[in-house]
Design a protein around this ligand. Structure first.
Ligand SMILES: [Zn+2]
Ligand SMILES: [Zn+2]
Length: 271
């Protein structure tokens, strides 16, 4: 199969054998994959990842691992199905017992032994095939085209804001920084939940995309030097989705006293 590989901060196309799968795992033929800022950070050295990046995808199950009756049942259920997948491969997916502390506490996305598709110790979606445990898969409804389903993973990241900070929903006044893909999804999720959202970005074309109900937009001026935040409107909730350390500084300056700052950026090199 063809696959894109990262090695020493360079991306190259390579030819590799189709991966083998063990019991409880699926071989997934990738139909469509999304490029995320995290992928660009991986090229800059994030997580020291070597291998195939890519964690946003929609695919089709080509085969299930194992043998015997359980395997036949899994193949009947999954083969040919269009799927998206949880990117964190945790104790459960790895078949490890006892569960680690985080899995036991109901936070499997922070599993101590986790691998992460295309990010930590697991080849990702920029290839013809990827592998994931069956427990990670979600079937995609037929009515949903690939071009929508491929956004499931970043959309879930946007929805996680309301799971952790429910007060950022109905009636809240929220500033979202960053007009990229994640920022676009976040403003839609928060506006749908009834928040009044202001999207701050630097790209007129991308800001125009966010002209949906409940969302207003503002252009971030390219400022240099110190004094950031002076005269800047402040918000009780600020979401940083810029993907850059500069954005974080700006977000801090825009947060009201006792306000809540929500970090949704991934970047290499700050900590
Ligand atoms: Zn991503
Ligand atoms: Zn675990």
């Amino acid at each position: 199969m063809l696959t894109a590989r990262v090695r020493n901060r360079r991306l190259a196309v390579a030819s590799r054998a189709i991966p083998r799968i063990s019991t409880g795992w699926a071989l997934v033929r990738v139909r469509l994959a999304g490029i995320c800022n995290t992928d660009l950070e991986i090229l800059r050295g994030y997580h020291g990842f070597h291998g195939t990046p890519g964690h946003e995808f929609v695919g089709e199950v080509a085969a299930c691992g194992g043998s015997g009756a359980g395997h036949r049942a899994a193949e009947r259920r999954w083969v040919g199905r269009r799927v998206v997948g949880e990117i964190n491969i945790t104790c459960r997916g790895l078949g490890l017992r006892p569960l680690c502390e985080f899995c036991r506490r109901g936070m499997p996305t922070h599993c101590a032994r986790r691998r992460v598709l295309g990010i930590v110790n697991q080849d990702g979606a920029f290839a013809e095939y990827l592998t994931l445990p069956l427990v990670n898969l979600h079937a995609v409804p037929e009515s949903l085209p690939d071009e929508c389903a491929v956004f499931t993973e970043p959309l879930a990241a946007a929805c996680q804001i309301l799971a952790q900070v429910p007060a950022a929903g109905r009636g809240a006044s929220v500033a979202v920084l960053g007009d990229g893909k994640l920022g676009q999804l976040i403003v839609r999720v928060l506006a749908a939940a009834g928040a009044g959202v202001t999207l701050h970005g630097r790209h007129r074309r991308k800001l125009a995309l966010a002209a949906v109900r409940g969302v207003s937009t503002e252009t971030i001026a390219r400022r240099t030097g110190s004094g950031s935040g002076r005269g800047q409107r402040r918000f009780p909730f600020v979401v940083d989705a810029t993907g850059s350390p500069d954005g974080l500084a700006l977000a801090i300056g825009m947060t009201e006293p006792r306000g809540t700052l929500i970090l949704k950026s991934t970047f290499h090199g700050l900590w």
